[in-house]
Design a protein around this ligand. Structure first.
Ligand code: GDP
Length: 432
């Protein structure tokens, strides 16, 4: 697994409740099974979010031998899993079963865990209402850092999660990364937004269909392009397939506005049968750009017999969208999605650039040389913000500058600094 965030692993014998604990921590009904890059085994893993931005990777190491019955010699694999967890994790949660008591294998696992100086906590699971503390006494001898949980009664889960957060926050080397790359998928119903979401999430597709029809608050899903992590914000509307309302009606327009505010990039989806960009779509597209968000125009269902010429004609008419990247693909058949991923990556790469002050000034000076109105003089300029890219130009009497020159400078900066698909903001200040 590519380490982007700290790793917390669940280890323990089969049937002690690792998967239930994994799901309880993630607040999921069913765990995901995903292939971890670089291994041939199936393991359960997901990102455990502590708040909007902070997360760690949570791995349930049990998947490999969960189907084995206890007569088969699975211990070799179990110990191999513990060794691996010791290698890659920042924290190990060693899960034991309160109802069966201390198993000889549990003692062996603890011996293994103690050998390395890796933080491990004992999670005594299945501590239901009737469990008596004195029955758990033998577990307490293993370590003094233990938690009592009952996944069946959601007992002790929040406290465990809080402790994980506090532990991880203090890690000197790892810290908690923030996923700063946030994306929204917008567009009319049936253009293929959910299909694209599934395609981007890849093996996580199961979750999307699992929760279809349920009412969920804002949801964030993460996916990777190469080693970069991206979050897709507020996919709730995408998942609620039963809610077949017109998403571009007023109500969902407001929901879309809220989503736009939260993200850096919008993937705006049309299908290949686009004839005309509707007024609703125009309103949304305008808002995206006014808010300084990056925008990629996506044309889906290109596997069908679509009229690409019609699309090109409509795009030609929409001159205000000329600077945005256009990507044509088929989400359903994963056709040309690589091109979309590359474009997403490129948009963010440029969003994070810091433009040296002399580069900004040279760019504006050069641009003004080619501007018909020679009297305009900018004293100096600098970048004041990255997302959205914002520049400040100092000049005499900025109130006399019209929108043409403002748009001209903004376009020149975008071209020279090669910002793909991103509106550039330029402000002018008085400098005598
Ligand atoms: P949403 O309402 O925008 O989320 O659209 P969905 O993702 O639910 O897709 C609507 C329909 O279009 C479904 O029947 C999909 O299977 C189909 N669809 C989505 N993407 C493609 C595609 O690339 N090609 C084809 N042929 N059908 C697609």
């Amino acid at each position: 697994m590519e380490k982007v965030a700290p790793i917390v692993s669940l280890v323990g014998r089969p049937n002690v409740g690792k998967s239930s604990l994994f799901n309880a921590l993630l607040k999921k009904k069913q765990s995901l099974v995903s292939k971890v890059a670089g291994t041939t085994r199936d393991r359960h893993y997901d990102n455990l979010f502590f708040d909007d931005e902070n997360f760690c990777h949570l791995i349930d190491t049990g998947g490999f031998f969960a189907s084995e019955n206890s007569n088969t010699p699975f211990y070799k694999e179990l110990f191999a899993e513990v060794e691996k967890a010791l290698e890659e994790s920042d924290l190990i949660l060693f899960v034991v079963d309160a109802t069966v008591g201390l198993h000889p294998i549990d003692k062996e696992i603890v011996n293994l865990l103690r050998k390395k100086e890796k933080e491990f906590w004992l999670v005594i699971n299945k501590v239901d209402h009737h469990s008596k503390e004195n029955e758990l006494f033998e577990f307490f001898s293993l370590t003094d850092k233990y938690f009592l949980t009952s996944t069946a009664h959601t007992k002790g889960i929040e406290s465990l999660k809080d402790n994980i957060f506090h532990f991880i926050k203090e890690l000197p080397h790892a810290g908690l990364p923030k996923i700063e790359n946030s994306i929204a998928i917008l567009g009319k119903p049936n253009v293929g937004k959910s299909t694209l979401l599934n395609a981007l999430l890849g093996e996580k597709r199961a979750i999307v269909s699992d929760v279809a029809g349920t009412t969920l608050g804002p949801i964030e899903e993460t996916f990777y392009i190469d080693q970069e992590c991206y979050k897709i914000v507020d996919t709730a509307g995408l998942r609620r397939k039963s809610k077949v309302e017109d998403e571009l009606e007023e109500l969902s327009f407001n929901a879309a506005l809220k989503t736009i505010e939260k993200v850096d990039l919008v993937l705006f989806i049309f299908d290949g049968f686009l004839e005309e960009i509707s007024s609703h779509e125009k309103r949304l597209l305008d808002t995206i750009l006014e808010q300084g968000k990056s925008l990629i125009l996506c044309f889906n269902k290109m596997d069908l017999d679509v009229n690409k010429e019609k699309i090109e004609q409509e795009l030609e008419r929409a001159s205000w969208l000329h600077f945005t990247e256009k990507v044509f693909f088929s989400a359903k058949y994963d056709n040309n999605l690589d091109s979309l991923k590359k474009t997403i990556k490129r948009v963010f790469k440029y969003l994070y650039q810091t433009v040296p002050i002399n580069k900004v000034n040279t760019c504006i000076e050069d641009a003004l040389l080619h501007y018909p109105q020679k009297s305009i003089k900018i004293k100096y300029s600098l970048q004041i913000k990255k997302k959205p890219p914002t520049f400040l130009c100092f000049c005499k009497k900025p109130e006399l500058l019209d929108n043409n020159i403002k748009a001209y400078i903004s376009n020149s900066l975008r071209k020279v600094l090669r910002y793909p698909s991103t509106p550039i903001r330029v402000f002018f200040r008085e400098k005598a």
